[in-house]
Design a protein around this ligand. Structure first.
Ligand code: COA
Ligand code: MG
Length: 293
């Protein structure tokens, strides 16, 4: 998933618009973009949306961001929306692998209850939203086969840390958030799941978004969350491998295939060893069709 677009669950208009945004996934939000008194209405509208949207032949993956496990709202969120058969749940304020184990159990029970295939619902966790979570970033490996990705957040973390800002005057993340970003990347690699970069809230600033996408890709992130449809094309572009990169990956895979058992090949005057082969294979896997259907 290159682009994951947040959509407040209580806005029919935005839900509708999001379907044609080109995003690889939608994050139907029941958490921070929904006022407490609107949670119930948002759950109902999320379910109605899932029931319609999952019928479409070609569509983005549909995730629902529930409220955090410790809020006491997560069970009611899941009870309301699981029958809509979402492709996944986004878990905010995760406190390490134990939170994912906890959510896995909740999902397993509900899948059985509603006749959904076991483990049909994936999980993406937001790994760095609390101070405690920072110290547990390394605990996601092996938590659940559902875990498909990890992402990070700077907004809630900055509130918890008591910070005045999370970016400097040029829009660059300050140290505590650069730490969270690096930990998320390592946590995802350790758990062998996708690393997804956080949102860029300045949604009219396309140049700033592009720069942040390019820095994320450079460091190993393979997708980014969006908050506005205008951000989707930029994210998709930056996180799609170029035709040259795809051709090179095919050439590397072919060169190794032509010499079974070899650990190293030369191609156009450049040396490639096993880690390069693994990277080429990963790149080719990432260009498989992204839309459902
Ligand atoms: N998904 C789908 N459609 C969206 C959208 C989104 N995330 N954000 C904006 N749109 C729609 C608007 O409804 C508007 O539709 P229209 O042309 O039919 O009127 C169009 O895109 C242009 O929107 P714009 O006027 O530029 O922005 P806005 O002021 O309406 O909305 C936000 C700005 C930030 C409120 C809105 O982008 C939003 O709700 N984002 C998601 C917030 C969220 O989920 N946050 C939680 C995670 S951090
Ligand atoms: Mg939040």
């Amino acid at each position: 998933m290159r682009s994951l677009l947040f959509v407040p669950a209580d806005s029919d208009k935005k839900l509708h618009k999001a379907m044609s945004s080109g995003a690889d996934a939608l994050l139907v939000d029941l958490e921070d973009s929904i006022a407490p008194e609107r949670k119930e209405a948002a759950r109902a509208s999320a379910l109605a949306f899932l029931q319609e949207a999952t019928k479409q032949a070609v569509r983005p993956r549909l995730f629902v961001r529930i409220n955090g496990i410790e809020t006491g709202l997560a069970d009611a969120d899941l009870d309301a929306i699981v029958t809509g058969a979402p492709d996944g749940i986004m878990l905010p304020k995760a406190q390490g692998g134990t939170s994912v184990v906890h959510l896995d159990a909740k999902l397993t029970a509900r899948e059985a209850m509603h006749g959904l295939r076991d483990e049909s619902i994936a999980v993406v966790a937001i790994a760095t939203e609390t101070a405690k979570a920072i110290f547990r970033a390394g605990t996601y490996a092996g938590a659940s086969r559902r875990l498909a990705g990890l992402t990070w957040g700077a907004e809630d973390l900055s509130v918890e840390l008591g910070a005045e800002a999370n970016r400097d005057a040029d829009g660059n993340f300050l140290d505590p958030y650069r730490l969270a970003r690096a930990l998320c990347l390592a946590a995802a690699a350790a758990a062998e799941v996708q690393a997804i970069d956080t949102v860029y809230v300045d949604f009219r600033n396309e140049a700033g978004l592009r720069r942040e996408c390019e820095e994320a890709r450079r460091d190993g992130y393979t997708g980014k969350m969006a908050i506005h449809p205008a951000q989707v094309p930029v994210i998709n572009e930056v996180f799609s491998p170029t035709p040259e990169a795809v051709a090179r990956a095919h050439a590397i895979v072919a060169a190794f295939a032509a010499q079974p058992g070899t650990g190293v090949v030369g191609l156009d005057g450049v040396m490639y060893d096993r880690p390069h082969l693994a990277r080429a294979e990963r790149l080719l896997a990432s260009v498989q069709p992204r839309r459902m259907g």
